[in-house]
Design a protein around this ligand. Structure first.
Ligand code: NAD
Ligand code: DAU
Length: 362
């Protein structure tokens, strides 16, 4: 039986992982440590019986107390500042949380797990493909040996955290694994990221702000497939190794946006109740959602293309995504339409204030 500490478990991927793990390993114990920043939401954990600790990963003494007191043997470390646009406006928070916070987690794990004769343990670090930088159209996809070349304060802070995790393994013998994954989407994603932001804007008749020419490419990974990939690393990954996890769905942003617009139009055509629920949507008035597409100034330093070479995860772990983007996106649209109170509460709160302050005119 695993006794697991999940950091950032009230955020998007962390919460999906908690639901995934609880469903597949019901005998295991899960403790969630989350500071409940703007991106953390206890509602994301509804229906689970995890122990929730409201606290900061930078509080090393707290983490040590949790590791020792709950006899934790596995850490899955998600907690981070995760949004590239926010990192451009306020990089310090990214260094504080992603670098200093990871350092704190590693120090606590070392102090508790490696004391005396040590004990069997695992520190799994969740990272991003953005640490590898930006690809040209014909470049080979990112492999685990691609040189790091982070371009944003966010990706630089994640790259630094990856290096610390690696060093704590090589210098101190901490049993670590790291996964670097591509763009996740699915339930509970905070509506600042492309897909949930554009969905909710479409339902309200707000512009869909396309950065630059909209031809940037991302590899889209349904969050449940990502959780399956992390579980495979925990079960079968080799200590000290890094695994890239992708969705097998490399798409230009404009294709994702056109898919989204067409799907919203189809949903309104199929369900007349949506017209009453979202009267501001173009689709409620027989107008194409695509009419909201608005090209805006590009993100500074915007990475052009990410792509994942998943050979290592496939051959060593037997990992492969189970959904196509079309299936995953249809599920995601259904989830956002079926969970309006969840996103409504977020949109009425701190998020809108932040957007209004930082994104006026966008
Ligand atoms: P998120 O922003 O939705 O959630 C982050 C969570 O961390 C929140 O619950 C927040 O309250 C918590 N947190 C932040 N600072 C904390 C602190 N100091 N102490 C404790 N908790 C804190 O992020 P996400 O999208 O779920 O991403 C999770 C992880 O996966 C991150 O490490 C991110 O870099 C990585 N990642 C995300 C994606 C993606 O597409 N979203 C892709 C690749 C990697
Ligand atoms: O690749 C993994 C990364 O994916 C994660 O490490 C990050 O945590 C996660 O936020 C995500 O980063 P991106 O910057 O790729 O995701 P985002 O949803 O912000 O943007 C996706 C693409 O859409 C990107 O090319 C920028 C573009 N975009 C985004 C927004 C929010 C727009 O054109 N308009 C927008 O309003």
């Amino acid at each position: 039986m695993t006794r697991m500490l999940v950091t950032g478990g009230a955020g998007f991927i962390g919460a999906n992982f908690v639901h995934f793990w609880a469903a597949h390993r019901p005998d295991d114990t899960i403790v969630v440590l989350d500071a409940l920043t703007y991106a953390g939401n206890r509602a994301n954990l509804a229906g689970t019986d995890v122990e929730f600790i409201h606290g900061d990963i930078r509080d090393t003494a707290l983490v040590e107390t949790l590791l020792a007191g709950r006899n934790i043997d596995t850490i899955v470390h998600f907690a981070a500042e995760s949004h590239v646009d926010r990192s451009l406006h306020g990089p310090s928070a990214f260094v504080d949380t992603n670098v200093i916070g990871t350092l704190s987690m590693l120090n606590a794990a070392r102090a508790v797990w490696l004391a005396g004769d040590g004990k069997p343990h695992r520190f799994h670090h969740v990272s991003t493909d953005e640490v590898y930088g930006s690809l040209g159209a014909d470049d080979p996809a990112f492999s685990e040996t691609t040189a790091y070349a982070p371009n944003s304060p966010y990706s630089a802070s994640k790259a630094a955290s990856d290096h610390l995790v690696r060093a704590w393994h090589h210098s101190y013998g901490l049993a670590v694994t790291t996964s670097n994954c591509s763009n996740n989407y699915g339930p509970f994603q905070f509506p600042e990221k492309l897909i949930p932001l554009f969905l909710i804007n479409a339902l309200h008749g707000r512009p869909l702000p396309i950065y630059g020419d909209g031809m940037q490419i991302r590899d889209w990974l349904h969050v449940e497939d990502h959780c399956r990939g992390i579980a495979a690393v925990l079960d079968r990954g080799r200590i000290g190794e890094v695994y890239n996890i992708g969705g097998g769905a490399e798409l230009p942003n404009i294709t994702v946006i056109d898919t989204l617009c067409a799907a919203v139009d189809a949903a309104f055509a199929a369900d007349p109740a949506l017209v009453l629920r979202f009267p501001g949507a173009p689709a409620a008035k027989g107008v194409a959602t695509a009419s909201l597409k608005t090209y805006v100034t590009d993100r500074p330093g915007h990475d052009r293309r990410y792509a994942i070479d998943e050979t290592k995860a496939r051959t060593e772990l037997g990992y492969a995504p189970t959904r196509t983007f079309e299936q995953g996106f249809a599920d995601t649209l259904a989830w956002y339409l079926g969970n309006e109170p969840w996103w409504r509460a977020i949109m009425d709160g701190s998020y809108r204030t932040w957007v209004d302050t930082n994104y006026a005119g966008r």
